[in-house]
Design a protein around this ligand. Sequence first.
Ligand SMILES: CC(C)(COP(=O)(O)OP(=O)(O)OC[C@H]1O[C@@H](n2cnc3c(N)ncnc32)[C@H](O)[C@@H]1OP(=O)(O)O)[C@@H](O)C(=O)NCCC(=O)NCCS
Length: 209
Amino acid sequence: MKSEIVIIGAGGHAKVCIELLKAQGDLVAFCIGSADSSDTCLGVPVLKSDEHLTTLRREGYSKVFVAIGSNALRNRLAKTATDLGYELVNAFSPSAVISPSAKIGKGVAIMAGAVVNAEATIDDLCIINTGATVDHDCQIGRAAHIAPQSALAGNVHIGKESFVGIGTKIIPSICVGECVMIGAGSVVISNVDSKTTVVGVPAKAINII
Ligand SMILES: CC(C)(COP(=O)(O)OP(=O)(O)OC[C@H]1O[C@@H](n2cnc3c(N)ncnc32)[C@H](O)[C@@H]1OP(=O)(O)O)[C@@H](O)C(=O)NCCC(=O)NCCS
């Protein structure tokens, strides 16, 4: 079995994740991109079809990191990979601060300067992006994305595949549903229903997805 990691994705988010994995001491073998991807991604060769996931598995690769920004697509491709027998690995920046009492799932990216505080739970496939803070007892659902410089106060719940836009603030004990989009710079002071887009200060719904 090969120990090198296969990255699904070959765009900007993949570049950041490759650097996180290398900083952890992992080796990255290939990125899997699409027909219009560049030939390399941060020096890593790009294979231009999802079919390579199957071929590489047969060749003995068993570790994968899904570096796709879209929450729904990241979740779907992770299922494809795990169904093929791949294991999802984590990518944590050495300059992230992660509480020893936090529970972190698989396939999670935690970027530079992010803070995850006591007894927070980060489910599989989440992105805790650059400089984001997730305070005590927060629960972040599967394949959610907390964008850079967002701040979640204590005991905030974020549903699966929800996106918290860059620079958002969320006050304590707020519940955000599933597949929610929170616009950049929002301040969330009340609960948000699933499949809603909210923006502004305070955040208000602008449409239903
Ligand atoms: C919320 C968001 C997804 C909406 O995008 P969209 O569906 O294309 O919406 P539009 O740009 O058509 O805007 C719709 C309305 O909401 C307003 N709006 C959009 N984003 C807003 C925001 N962040 N704050 C306040 N108002 C916002 C627009 O001004 C517009 O208002 P109007 O109808 O009065 O003109 C997007 O604006 C956004 O904030 N994305 C966050 C991106 C991000 O954080 N990326 C980080 C990647 S790591």
